[in-house]
Design a protein around this ligand. Sequence first.
Ligand code: ATP
Ligand code: SF4
Ligand code: MG
Length: 317
Amino acid sequence: MVESAGAVVSVKGLRKGYAGKQGRVQALQGLDFTLQPGRSLAIVGESGSGKTTAAMCVAKLVMPDAGAVHLAGTDFLQADARSSARLRRHFGVVLQNPLTSLDPRVRIWRSVCEPLQVHEPGLTKAQLQERALALLARVGLDANQAERLPHQLSGGQLQRAVIARALILRPQFVILDEPTSALDVSVQAQVLNLLCDLRDEFQLSYLFITHNLALVEIIAHEVLVMYAGAVVERGPVHQVFARPRHPYTAELLAAVPGGPLAVAEPGAAAEPGFAATGCAYRPRCPRAQALCTEVQPAPASEAAPVSCFFPLGESPR
Ligand SMILES: Nc1ncnc2c1ncn2[C@@H]1O[C@H](COP(=O)(O)OP(=O)(O)OP(=O)(O)O)[C@@H](O)[C@H]1O
Ligand code: SF4
Ligand SMILES: [Mg+2]
């Protein structure tokens, strides 16, 4: 498979299932996207829709069952351990809980420069420290804070340190999985502003995962809406938000504006094997018809951006 020309990352057909108590859970049923430099993509969807699975598969932190991820023209998933380690410098990862991302026994500046130590082993301690302190200053942490241990910083300060660590190798692409959801609301806004500034300053491309639709408009150009492991709608953020076509997207947008999305009702998400018999969203869908019970609509793709037989904007037959 050939990488799209000039893309910082190109993802095709990613699929992942987990063994569950009642059979295999298809957590990710085909993810495709391409990011050009400076462009950002958000993935939204309620809890359990497969967002983190998508992020983990793109970063090869869990191995997908199928699909391809191209970084810098190379198939990352097929790469051996040595090539994978080299390719990892092309992206940074920021996860929801900053405390779990940093070693509690290691001073902040040392954690931040650890990837640099691995990828540029010739650097002296003074050089490593200089690079770490410069980036920490850029994300709003001073030399005094850089000397502290993780438990001596606030949640917002820790997340700034995690962001610095993700950027220390100057990647073009950063995966952010709910990077502000563990923070207080006022601190969330500060960290989000920082992410926007860094994106513009360093021409970063974000894969930004969130429950919060209000953040999507601020941070991303395109959006993928996920439901029960499948992409149900995709497109430019302004277009999808102004004229949602999938009933689930409309439900999300109608939920608390700017607030966290509703959690799936028990049993409402796809059960193993359920989706194969029809549309997974059918139990919640006000537009469902007999066809929706019998046939599963194809996941949204670039060519067909809505996964629905009776999308909004068209009268149900
Ligand atoms: N390691 C695992 N083993 C088994 N099932 C898993 C595992 N990780 C995720 N799942 C299941 O896969 C589905 C998708 O989970 P995932 O964590 O990707 O969702 P999410 O959209 O990130 O949810 P949240 O918003 O709560 O973070 C869920 O049904 C979840 O229970
Ligand atoms: S395919 Fe049918 S059930 Fe599924 S979202 Fe569309 S109208 Fe609703
Ligand atoms: Mg998640």
